[in-house]
Design a protein around this ligand. Structure first.
Ligand code: HEC
Length: 163
């Protein structure tokens, strides 16, 4: 009799354990979802995509799309600073670094786009790119060098105007 009870209680105990582990898994994946914040590097990869799209929008003289990409760059960088107020060895707060490097070049680009001025767009685009790199150098990430895109990787989006 004893030999029968022992294995049965083992089965019951392991069923209980499996149940607990299952519930635990569910809770932690919910928590992970709630707490998920992309890393600063992820925000930056997104920023780099928008930076490239901005170039092709400007080259196509698609001013509404260019204005949109500048706005998205601004918002994405603000989120990067909001979710990463500090980062690794960097001493300065990320939001102030972003404001110091990005606010002026982004505002200048907005002006060039509003004026539909292709030459001012190119000049200010290059200044923005240089400002990305100056923040990288200041934060000891100078090995991340941003340049103008030479070919468009986003073949699933139309950059020319539909007008
Ligand atoms: C706070 C100043 C700052 C500004 C402004 C900034 N970056 Fe960064 N960037 C960083 C830091 C810090 C990292 C490294 C993050 C990490 O630890 O992964 C980075 C990383 C990157 C990377 C590498 C990401 C990867 O996955 O390979 C790219 C690309 C990048 N930035 C593009 C840009 C572009 C484009 C701009 C301008 C529109 C820009 N960054 C503006 C600080 C900045």
């Amino acid at each position: 009799m004893k030999t029968l009870i022992f294995p049965l209680s083992l089965v019951a105990a392991s069923a209980l354990l499996v149940g607990c582990a299952h519930r635990h898994d569910e809770q932690s994946s919910e928590q992970i979802q709630q707490n998920f914040v992309p890393g600063l590097g992820e925000f930056m990869a997104q920023t780099a995509a928008r930076h490239a799209k901005l170039w092709f929008a400007g080259q196509a003289r698609n001013w509404p799309l260019a204005a949109y990409e500048v706005e998205e760059l601004h918002e994405g960088l603000e989120d990067a600073g909001r979710y990463h107020p500090s980062h690794k060895q960097i001493k300065e707060p990320i939001p102030s670094l972003i404001a110091a490097h990005m606010d002026q070049p982004l505002a200048k680009l907005e002006q060039a786009i509003a004026a539909r001025d292709p030459q001012a767009f190119i000049e200010n685009y290059d200044k923005l790119t240089e400002a990305c790199n100056s923040c990288h150098r200041q934060t000891e990430f100078g090995f991340n060098v941003v340049v103008r895109s030479t070919s468009n990787p986003f073949t699933n989006q139309a950059f020319g105007t539909s007008e």
